[in-house]
Design a binder for this molecule. Structure first.
Ligand SMILES: [Zn+2]
Length: 171
């Protein structure tokens, strides 16, 4: 039986070719399952069981009848083009400051805010001095802050978003 996937989809499962896209979707707050080594049948079964939209680079997979209307064939190897395609095809929003929260790129677990004194022993001293807000992954315990990495990510997402707006304007 086909699973109920809400539109636009907010839960995804990415095939083995799309590890980077999975990480970026997690950073954007989207619940995205990913396993580097997974059989097609297991991938499909998990997509169904967990109500996840399947993202794949494998055309043969998208031609399976069972996946009709429940998957997207990602056209490019380029991460920015991939997100642009998801914005266009699935209307996933590329807003980094929205209600979805943020997920650990490694674990797909929602990050929770922790007080600065709790974060301080877990981050470099200059980071503890410089930043006020910290987030932690409940699984791997890694601590995140809005440093240069985050700014780079935001800039690249903003670049894709602007490109999307240009495209829409020119139609
Ligand atoms: Zn983690």
């Amino acid at each position: 039986m086909a699973p109920s996937v809400i539109h636009p989809p907010t839960r995804f499962i990415a095939d083995a070719m799309l590890g980077r896209l999975a990480r970026w979707l997690r950073m954007l707050g989207y619940d995205t399952a990913y396993e580097k080594f997974i059989e097609d049948e297991v991938l499909i079964e998990r997509a169904f069981r967990e109500g996840r939209w399947l993202l794949t680079r494998d055309r043969c997979l998208t031609q399976r009848k069972v996946l009709c209307g429940l998957c997207t064939l990602i056209a490019s190897d380029d991460i920015e083009c991939q997100l642009w395609q998801l914005n266009q095809d699935l209307k996933i929003d590329l807003d980094v400051n929205r209600q979805r929260g943020y997920r650990c790129a490694d674990c797909n677990v929602l990050l929770v805010s922790i007080p600065r004194d709790e974060a301080a022993p877990l981050v470099p001293a200059f980071v503890a001095r410089q930043y006020q807000e910290f987030l932690q992954c409940a699984r791997c315990r890694r601590v995140f802050w809005r440093g240069t990495h985050w700014e780079d990510f935001q800039d690249r997402i903003a670049g894709i978003r602007n490109h999307c707006t240009d495209e829409a304007d020119s139609r």
